[in-house]
Design a protein around this ligand. Structure first.
Ligand SMILES: *Cc1c(COP(=O)(O)O)cnc(C)c1O
Length: 362
């Protein structure tokens, strides 16, 4: 039997049908595709961090509960005292834990589209049904009649709402989210990956609704390399979800480094503030260009629509000149002619805007 046949026989068909999560090589490019914080740490902070790591031993397993880190995260994120906290190797791992704990025959995940691709991907891995309900085409707000119908019909175990949403950048209406919490038969997870760049958070709603969990990550804040996400909500849920957590899922270098970063949070806060200022400048510049429509964003990226049929050409022109952005055209009908620009350093943004300008006039 050939290896191809063996693979065919033993790898589940729905896995063979997936395309692996694609990450484009960015060496030598200005990287504005993945919502990373573009800033590194000042040299003295770097030295202090290395000193901290020098005192960290890697021969022992890490603290399985990451207690010291969890305590600092609770403070930094203002998690209500009576709520539980669960840590993941990135929030991606938390989505997976939720699916492992709540999934099963006939159980489903519901989210909105265009949205974060990992909800669908993980549903497939965990043999769950996935339902993507389209956002409204005009402003990417929640289509409540469609959501009511889908929730009633499919009775999803898990509903994920990224707020601000990726890749559209908008917040959803609080009134709509309240209604979803009231009609959802299962859990509603509000994914606040972009909360450092937004003017709203649902963390204070915890406890008001028994079925609300709030998920966050340190990735977009400036620690994407560490892989640390968190889930906050009622202890009764988290105790169960914790049972499908890999032992020691938060490694000792991440635990120490994240604690160190939180202790120096003013550096991250300044970086976040700079990104927010630059987002406003980028939005104004894009809005003044003919043939480009930027969408208002509460995240560290801006979704833009080019003139009809021009997204690929703009993407290629940027890449040829050393700037990597995300092409969304072709990924969803509502993202026709769309690209997503992560807000980078001021000079990187200037370069991007200049190239867009040249493209329009060239
Ligand atoms: C980036 C992103 C995440 C993933 O975060 P990690 O903690 O890096 O796994 C989760 N949700 C949304 C909406 C994102 O855009």
């Amino acid at each position: 039997m050939s290896i191809e046949q063996r693979v065919q026989n033993w790898i589940r068909p729905e896995i063979r049908a997936l395309s692996a999560y694609h990450v484009q090589d960015a060496s030598g490019l200005i990287k504005l595709d993945a919502m990373e914080n573009p800033y590194t740490w000042p040299e003295d902070m770097r030295q202090a961090w290395l000193e901290r790591l020098r005192q960290t031993d890697v021969n022992r397993y890490p603290d399985p509960q990451a207690k010291a880190l969890a305590k600092e995260l609770r403070q930094a994120m203002e998690i209500p005292r009576d709520m539980g906290l669960l840590l993941g190797n990135g929030s991606d791992e938390i989505i997976q834990m939720l699916a492992l704990a709540a999934g099963g025959e006939g159980r489903g995940i519901l989210s909105v589209e265009p949205g974060f691709v990992m909800y669908r991907m993980i549903a497939v891995w965990c043999r769950m049904d996935y339902m993507g309900v389209s956002l409204r085409g005009d402003d990417f707000s929640l289509d409540m009649p469609a959501l009511r119908r889908a929730i009633e019909k499919h009775r999803p175990a898990l509903i994920f709402l990224a707020c601000p949403n990726n890749p559209t950048g908008n917040l959803f209406d609080e009134k709509d989210i309240r209604e979803i919490l009231e009609i959802a038969p299962g859990l509603v997870v509000v994914d606040e990956a972009y909360v450092p760049f937004a003017d709203a958070s649902f963390i204070s709603w915890l406890g008001q609704y028994e079925n609300l969990l709030v998920m966050r990550t340190l990735s977009k804040l400036g620690l994407a390399g560490l892989r640390l996400g968190l889930l906050a909500g009622p202890q009764a849920w988290l105790e169960e979800i914790d049972k499908v957590r890999m032992p020691y899922n938060i490694n000792v270098l991440t635990q120490e480094s994240a604690r160190f970063a939180l202790e120096h949070h003013q550096v991250l806060d300044e970086q976040t503030a700079a990104i927010r200022r630059d987002r406003a400048a980028m939005f104004d510049a894009l809005r003044s260009m003919n043939g480009i429509t930027p969408y208002p964003s509460q995240a560290n990226f801006i979704l833009v629509r080019t003139a009809a049929g021009r997204a690929q050409a703009l993407f290629d022109a940027l890449l040829k000149n050393g700037v990597l952005v995300k092409k969304l055209h072709g990924s969803h009908p509502l993202l026709e002619d769309c690209l997503r620009f992560t807000v980078g350093k001021t000079a990187e943004n200037r370069r991007l805007l200049q190239l867009v300008e040249d493209f329009i006039h060239g």
